[in-house]
Design a protein around this ligand. Structure first.
Ligand code: CA
Length: 471
């Protein structure tokens, strides 16, 4: 058990890979986050199994899908009495710490367990002068959340027992709504226009009602509190949408600039301590996000921008610098990976696989060629229909089995279809933006049949249930 690596897990909230220059370079620069990939690996097909904040965090801790860890929606609290990776690492001799955004509930059985030290934001937390629960005690700290969470992480690292490995979860609130930048970055991008995505003016033709009914349109659902001012009176139509997009994306990217600076501080600290070589560093986000694609902000959908998690990893002993990996990995894999590096047993009921051989660049026989996704409806937010689906390297099949909040049939005017389920099928090789639903296209009949069988097979393997309404 000697020389077990430290694990530094840095996770932000709603940071889409399109806003990391290592992935895209189109709309911003993130030199410090990119450094992890340059000195390690970038994963292009890391997917979230349920694209929303609280559930993704529970999946990461337990290595199990939402239907087994009990956190299906934003309003389900995590039951910390269940086994999870922090407890196992703690019992296995690691020093463990959770600093920043927890978002898995408070009090009762929902406070962090398995951590020697924890200091977490209540709920969503604030960007400026935030309150924290420091081992349960309420404290307020002056400053900007991203800086403070990093300060606390550095303090904890400084005080650690240097003879034992550590596991630190450093979880930023940023760049989650309401997108409030720090003083340092508030004027960044002031005089430039951020490029627009190709699908900003999507009209949702060929898609299911789910896309049309979703309430996350930049043109329609952003509010004054989101963009901090009223639009100029003379703007209308697409020009008004463009104005909203610029206001939204600039504040979002300013929040990310602060994360990037602070990732740099943590990496510098590892260098100064001489422990960079023996520390597994991961940067990810709890899910992806729409940055104007399909005319949207927010997440929840199984579409690419929301499904994909950024995932950058560095561990010089085993990962070749500059690796770009296209293996399909999911967030149930994270916990087994940490246990593997810690030399601990991976429980049989964890549903992911250790990524260690994948990191090492080995061809792993039987590695997954498809992944299962499920978004469980919650309250009324953004009105996204409940759905599940399967993604392979080439195709994506989605079944929307229950309507967003329109249970009672009161659909918005102009929406005629009221029958669920509704299906979508995309050929990602020909249609990377998912604009052309080919469900029902005879050319794809055999593909569709195979995907439906594979979807139900995955549901069975993962112990989820098919909705009776699907048929
Ligand atoms: Ca999130």
């Amino acid at each position: 058990m000697a020389n077990r690596p430290n694990i530094l897990f840095i996770m932000s909230d709603d940071h889409a890979s399109q806003a990391i220059s290592s992935y895209s370079g189109r709309i911003n620069q993130t030199p410090n986050i990119d450094r992890i990939a340059q000195e390690g690996a970038r994963f292009d097909d890391c997917f979230c199994t349920n694209s929303i904040c609280t559930p993704s965090r529970a999946v990461i801790l337990t290595g199990k899908y939402s239907h087994l860890n009990g956190v299906k929606t934003l309003v389900d609290d995590f039951d910390g009495r269940q086994p999870h990776v922090a407890k196992m690492l703690q019992q296995g001799g690691y020093q463990t710490s959770m600093i920043g955004k927890w978002h898995l509930g408070h009090g009762g059985n929902s406070d962090p367990t398995g951590f020697d030290y924890w200091c977490v934001l209540p709920g969503q937390g604030l960007y400026h002068n935030p309150t924290f629960y420091d081992m349960g005690k309420e404290i307020t700290v002056k400053g900007y959340a991203t800086d403070i969470i990093t300060d606390m992480s550095l303090d904890w690292l400084e005080k650690r027992d240097k003879d034992r490995p550590f596991f630190l979860m450093c979880h930023h609130k940023a760049p989650h709504r309401p997108w409030e930048p720090s003083e340092k970055h508030k004027d960044l991008y002031e005089d430039i226009n951020i490029p627009e995505p190709d699908t900003l003016f999507d009209t949702y033709e060929t898609r299911s009602d789910a896309a049309r009914l979703a309430e996350m349109r930049i043109s329609r659902h952003l509010r004054k509190k989101d963009v901090k001012q009223d639009p100029p009176d003379h703007l209308e139509g697409n020009d008004l949408t463009r104005w909203y997009y610029q206001r939204y994306i600039k504040d979002y990217l300013r929040c990310i600039a602060s994360i990037d600076d602070n990732v740099g501080r943590l990496l510098d600290y590892l260098d100064e301590q001489g422990i960079a070589d023996n520390t597994l560093v991961i940067y990810t986000s709890d899910q992806g996000f729409f940055l104007g694609e399909h005319g949207w902000y927010d997440k929840r959908f199984m579409y690419e921008e929301s499904l994909r998690m950024p995932f950058l990893v560095r561990y010089p002993k085993e990962i070749k610098a500059g690796t770009i990996n296209k293996d399909m990995i999911v967030n149930t894999d994270f916990a087994p990976t940490f246990l593997d590096y810690a030399g601990l047993t991976i429980p049989a009921d964890m549903q992911g696989c250790s990524l260690r051989p994948v990191f090492q660049g080995r061809l792993v026989e039987g590695w997954r060629q498809s992944m299962y996704y499920r978004y469980w409806m919650d309250r009324d937010d953004h009105c996204v229909a409940a759905h599940y689906g399967i993604r392979t390297h080439q195709y994506k099949l989605i079944c929307y089995y229950a309507p967003g909040r329109f249970y009672n049939g009161k659909y918005p005017e102009g929406t005629e279809r009221t029958e669920w389920p509704q299906w979508e099928l995309y050929d990602l090789q020909k249609d990377q933006y998912e604009l052309n639903n080919v469900y029902g296209d005879p050319d794809y009949a055999s593909t569709l049949a195979e995907l439906k069988t594979a979807l139900h097979q995955l549901q069975m393997e993962l112990k989820d249930t098919i909705q009776t309404s699907e048929s």
